[in-house]
Design a protein around this ligand. Structure first.
Ligand SMILES: [Mn+2]
Length: 178
């Protein structure tokens, strides 16, 4: 399960090379992930070859809403072991400007991401990461909670929505894992 503005499936058949835009091409080609049980959420760049991976692009998230999107994600993942990779550029630059390859406009809001991650509680999550967090010096520092927010929700996703989660702000800025 990948939250991202980019699919990171650009073709590169040199399997000895690691690149931040091609790793999922290689993961599919090497059979590390099952594309039919994989999903990319928040995509808003074009890549004609999906390699069979399910894509819920940013527009679909906006049209469907976070609650229904989370249900669709769950239906794709099923009970399979799931790794979550959250590229911070899935969020609109208005919410997370500090990243290496920002994509202007139309990205997910922090509230949408927070609600989806919370609603994904119960999936068979085995690990995860947050990538591409890179506050450039030319903009004001990103408040520490901004990149930390998805990680916090990731924990709620892994641990189940506890009382501290359920009572929290749906925008996900503040809160505690209890
Ligand atoms: Mn990206």
């Amino acid at each position: 399960m990948q939250f991202d503005a980019h699919t990171d499936t650009w073709p590169d058949d040199d399997l000895t090379r690691v690149d931040h835009g091609t790793m999922f091409y290689k993961a599919v080609k090497e059979g590390i992930v099952d594309p039919a049980r994989s999903v990319q959420v928040g995509i808003r760049t074009q890549n004609d070859d999906t390699l069979g991976v399910n894509i819920i692009d940013a527009r679909e998230v906006h049209e469907r809403g976070p609650v229904e999107t989370a249900k669709k994600i769950k239906s794709i993942l099923g009970d399979n072991k799931t790794y979550l990779t959250f590229d911070i550029d899935a969020l609109d630059p208005a919410f997370a400007p500090g990243t290496g390859t920002p994509v202007w406009g139309g990205g997910l809001t922090s509230a949408q991401a927070s609600m989806m991650l919370r609603d994904l509680a119960g999936i068979n999550l085995v690990g995860g990461d947050i990538v591409e967090v890179s506050p450039p010096p030319s903009i004001p520092p990103v408040p520490p909670r901004s990149p930390g927010g998805p990680m916090w929700r990731w924990r709620s996703c892994a641990c189940g929505a506890g009382p501290g989660v359920r009572g929290g702000d749906p925008a996900g800025g503040a809160g505690r894992v209890q």
